[in-house]
Structures are given as structure tokens and as C-alpha cells.
Design a protein around this ligand. Structure first.
Ligand SMILES: [Zn+2]
Length: 158
């Protein structure tokens, strides 16, 4: 499957370190990239390693820098994301048309599910929840809203 990974670039953001930006128009529905990395259990994760949760006791560690999808490690969070896991798989898809120069961001609550995990959110979205929390710690209404862009393991029982 082709992806828009060739239309992405990692850049310094004026407000939040590094981010990933579109360098060309990306149409709604386009595959952006597939999250990659070493599969780890919770016990194998470390604070100095970028990790994302993909299952009840399954995480993706940092991606091999040679992998074209490694740019996925630098995607920031938004409470009003422009990409999401619309198929429930590890491939992010565009939720709307994305213009060149726009930052690519997904909602971290659509993958994390550790009770109590949170950090203050400064994403700036009009619908910002104020804190990024695990899926299990969201309200039922928030879970219903995010389920269509969440990983498959979070959709069960919904
Ligand atoms: Zn936010």
C-alpha cells in the first residue's frame, strides 16, 4: 500500500520541540504511515525510550532510524487530530484534507490504556481536553467519539 510518508518532514516546532509537517497536499483518507518499532512488553519499556501502547501488554519501541516510517516517532498529540487509526490497524490515515505546512498530529488517547497515565495537554485545539489520558480514563462520551480512530484493541467491548 502506498502512503504519504514521502510528503512528510520532521521540523522544529516553535512551540513544542520537534514535529512532523506535511510538505505537499494530503487528501482526506490517504494512508499517512504505519507505526513501526520493536515490540516490547510493559516491563521492557523505559522512560528514555519513546514507546506507544498497541495492546494490553504490548508496546512499540523506537523505530530503526533507517525505516522510512521512523518519522512516526516524532508525531505530536492533538485533541483535534488530523490523522487517526481509522482502520484500527497501526496505519494512520488522514481524517481531513491536509495542507502543506500543516502539522500532522494524532490523538495519543487512541493508543494508550494504562490507568492513571496522563500529562497536561497544550495542544491548543478548541476542543482540547486539558490533559492527555489513557482511553480507559476518558468519559464514555469521549470514548465513543474516539473509538472510530482508535486501535482495534481499544474498540472491543464498545
Ligand atoms: Zn489537547
Amino acid at each position: 500500500m502506498s502512503s504519504a510518508v514521502g510528503s512528510l518532514a520532521r521540523r522544529n516546532s516553535p512551540t513544542h520541540g520537534q514535529g512532523v509537517y506535511a510538505t505537499a497536499p494530503i487528501p482526506r483518507g490517504a494512508a499517512i504511515l504505519t507505526m513501526a518499532g520493536q515490540r516490547l512488553t510493559f516491563a521492557q519499556t523505559r522512560d528514555d525510550l519513546r514507546c506507544m501502547q498497541i495492546g494490553p501488554n504490548l508496546y512499540l519501541g523506537e523505530t530503526d532510524p533507517a525505516d522510512p516510517n521512523a518519522i512516526g516517532d516524532y508525531l505530536n498529540h492533538s485533541c483535534d487530530p488530523n490523522v487517526g487509526f481509522t482502520q484500527g490497524t497501526l496505519t494512520l490515515h488522514a481524517l481531513r484534507d491536509i495542507a502543506p505546512g500543516e502539522e500532522i498530529r494524532w490523538d495519543y488517547s487512541t493508543s494508550m490504556n494504562e490507568p492513571g497515565w496522563r500529562f497536561d495537554c497544550l495542544c491548543g485545539a478548541g476542543r482540547c481536553r486539558g490533559a492527555v489520558r489513557s482511553f480507559c480514563d476518558l468519559t464514555p462520551a469521549e470514548q465513543d467519539r474516539l473509538r472510530p480512530i482508535a486501535l482495534n484493541y481499544l474498540r472491543r467491548g464498545g
